[in-house]
Structures are given as C-alpha cells and as structure tokens.
Design a binder for this molecule. Sequence first.
Ligand SMILES: Cc1cc2nc3c(=O)[nH]c(=O)nc-3n(C[C@H](O)[C@H](O)[C@H](O)COP(=O)(O)O)c2cc1C
Length: 200
Amino acid sequence: MQKPDFNIEEVNKIIRGRRSMFAAQFKENDPIDDSIIEEMLENARWAPTHKLTQPWRFIVYTGEGLKKFADYQADMYKLRAEKNGTPFLEATYEKFKQQPLKASHMIAIILKRSAGIPLMEEIAAVSMAVQNMYLTASAHGLAAYWGTGGPTFWQEAREDFGLEGEDALMGFFYVAKPASDTWPEGKRDSMDEKVAWIRE
Ligand SMILES: Cc1cc2nc3c(=O)[nH]c(=O)nc-3n(C[C@H](O)[C@H](O)[C@H](O)COP(=O)(O)O)c2cc1C
C-alpha cells in the first residue's frame, strides 16, 4: 500500500478543536442521518487494539429506541432506590426519563473481554475507539459527549447489556445537531508539568 497523503494541519485542527457538547446544547427533534453514525462506527473500528482483540461493542439507540432506554434507566433508578435504598430524587428520575430524548442518537459503549491481555489494555482500546467517534462527530460539527451516568456502573444493568465476567459498560456516547453555531472553548493545563523528557 502506498503511504497515505495525510494532512497534519487538518489532523491538529480536529484533535485540538474536538469538543464535548451536552444535552442542554443539543438541537432537539432534528435527527442526524444514520450514515453519519455509521461513519463514526466505521472510524471506531480502526482504533488500535493489542492482539487485535477489538473489544468494542456498541448498541445504537435512536427514535423510539431512545425512549426505550430513557424509560429503562428511569425505572431502574427507581427500583434501585426501592430495593437497595440508594437515594431517590424526583428530579433525577425525570432527568433519566427526559434527557436521552434530546439526543439524535445514543451509543452504549461496551467492553467485551478477551482472555490473555490485561483489562487495562482493553479499556484503552475501547477508549481509543470512542475518541475516533468523538473526532468524527466534531469534524461534522455535531454536538457529542461521552457520559458515564445512569446504568454505567449499576450491577443490575449488567445482564441487560449482555455483560459477563470482566465485560464492562463504559458509558454512553450522545450525539445531536448543536442548537447554536457557537463552539465551546477548550480548557487544558499546560503540558509543562505533565511531561518529562529524558535525553541522557
Ligand atoms: C471516560 C470519560 C467519561 C466522561 N463522563 C462524563 C460524564 O459522565 N458527564 C459529563 O458531563 N461529561 C463526561 N465526560 C466528558 C468530559 O466532561 C469532557 O471531555 C471534558 O469536560 C473536557 O471537555 P472537552 O471534551 O470539550 O475537551 C467524560 C469524558 C470521558 C473521557
């Protein structure tokens, strides 16, 4: 294969310009074409993966699927409070029931474990796949964010997401058209205190 003709300026621009935008910034009731979601998933596919385990699994919710998920997480939030005594707030219940409906698509992020490599490497591979989706969404000017709320860490949800053993639900990637043309400012510390160079 011939060496690809990458454009570093574009790569820098998209990596540094990628931003999260949250439900309050979503344009509601204006779905994105499924073809864009498919492009995001195709790019997720090309993330690096040790021993090619490709541990990522995704479930895409859209349309009535979003309502199904919203009702599911709200009901489970209530059930957990009744059964486990976890806190229950009516406002949180309503948020679980309403917030997903603001998105165009939501992608549940699942890690399917393979034996033979450390779990950390599988988490890293799935995270890189999600980054590819993030970059693709931003490159399309879309609003998107990775959220680890709701059922992400709920034991009761594991079976419903087909999780066994060390499989993990790693959260939810929400995508929508943005409500406005403004783009969020990025905020990061300098790398000065985060990088050490050893030269001799
Ligand atoms: C693993 C992971 C989990 C995250 N979970 C949440 C979350 O639960 N809620 C949320 O508002 N943002 C979440 N975020 C998004 C961060 O808030 C966001 O990346 C951060 O504020 C930096 O903003 P930027 O993505 O626009 O650069 C998550 C990001 C990552 C990588």
